[in-house]
Design a protein around this ligand. Structure first.
Ligand code: EPU
Length: 315
């Protein structure tokens, strides 16, 4: 397929961009087209052009929860990495009541670590429970990222998206349909959100942030290449604990290894392929199903993996 349908956008489009360098697993083939819009106004037109041409649009954050097939994707990947998408508008009004909830406007490319640190420093609470989760605001919203201490949906007021038809829309919490590691934001390009934070004592917020961060550092392989937890926790149980009990810590396919630190993480070494990761996911699912009768459901998002050889059915 030619690139003519993207005429006028050549300054922001790369072709056959390797996605391994844009995902935390550091594996995966190229994106046929890779767009880095300079402003939110470019997104509706990009989406409409793709729709007319029958080209799939795939929004990319930090690639922190994503496995891209070795073949790559025949799609247009949109990465909101321009500084315009990293902006956060804080409510700095001096007249603000000290205990009044504070609305902030965040753009989808904002880095979560930085956002949490800034909020804590400004004495705004609600995000510190997400300490240690890598990603951009857009990615975290799409996944409703979180953990034992809270989920991002807890602080969301509205989400701004460009929908699959190329229309800009603002969705409220109900429309965004947040659930455990999911939302109705799939199929849209998340552009930003309004979050509501609670004023708090910066010292206490910092202590809470540090406590959660330290706990994660102790129990999760945060400095290795991974996509976070691979599987959702089954109802009333823990995927990590089941995989551990099945004796799978350290199990390896090629350069992909079940983390010895936390069994629900697959870490990749230099030379790993997406197929290694997929095969390991298949082994884990099979062994946990055989031993405990539990069908683990994946949390990681898959791009282009339908064509991958010998991939287990992914649910
Ligand atoms: N466990 C083991 N072996 C392991 C890992 C865990 O026995 O290898 C046990 C733990 O000892 C604990 C239980 O399993 O008794 C639960 O483990 P943990 O406290 O680590 O929490 P988790 O349920 O595995 C969830 C989220 C994480 C989040 C943490 C902390 C899911 C699938 N995972 O992990 O989220 O960071 O809570 O809030 O919901 C992610 O979604 O990518 C992710 C990392």
């Amino acid at each position: 397929m030619k690139t003519d349908f993207l005429s006028g956008f050549s300054g922001i489009i790369a072709e056959n961009e390797p996605l391994a360098r844009h995902t935390c697993l550091r594996v995966g083939g190229p994106a046929r087209w890779f767009a880095r819009p300079r402003s939110v106004d470019q997104i509706p037109e990009l989406v409409r052009r793709c729709r007319q041409e029958g080209v799939e649009v795939l929004p990319l954050g930090l690639g922190a929860n994503l496995l891209v097939s070795d073949e790559g994707v025949d799609a247009l990947v949109i990465r909101l990495s321009d500084p315009a998408f990293e902006r956060v508008d804080w409510d700095e009004r001096e007249s603000r009541q000290t205990d009044e909830p504070v609305s902030i406007t965040v753009h989808a490319g904002a880095d979560m670590y930085r956002l949490i640190s800034d909020a804590v420093r400004k004495g705004l609470g609600g995000l510190e429970s997400l300490a240690g989760i890598p990603g951009t605001v857009g990615g975290l919203l799409r996944m409703n990222a979180g953990g034992r201490f809270g989920n991002i949906c807890d602080v969301v007021h509205t989400v701004d998206v460009v929908d699959a038809d190329g229309h800009s829309r603002t969705m409220n919490r109900e429309q965004a349909g947040f659930r455990y590691r999911g939302s109705n934001l799939a199929g849209t390009v998340v552009c930003g959100a309004t979050l509501v934070l609670k004023p708090g004592d910066p010292t206490q917020l910092r202590a809470r942030f540090k406590e959660i961060w330290e706990l994660k550092k102790k129990t999760q392989p945060l400095s290795d290449n991974s996509a976070g937890c691979v599987f959702k926790n089954p109802s009333g149980g823990s995927a990590g604990s089941l995989i551990d009990q099945a004796g799978l810590k350290g199990r390896r396919v090629g350069g992909a290894v079940v983390s010895p630190k936390h069994a629900n993480f697959i870490v990749t070494e230099v030379g790993a392929t997406a197929q290694d990761v997929l095969s390991l996911i298949g082994i884990i699912r099979r062994e946990v199903a055989d031993r405990f009768g539990v069908e683990l459901e994946t949390e990681v998002q898959f791009w282009g993996c339908q064509r991958a050889r010998s991939a287990e059915p992914i649910v």
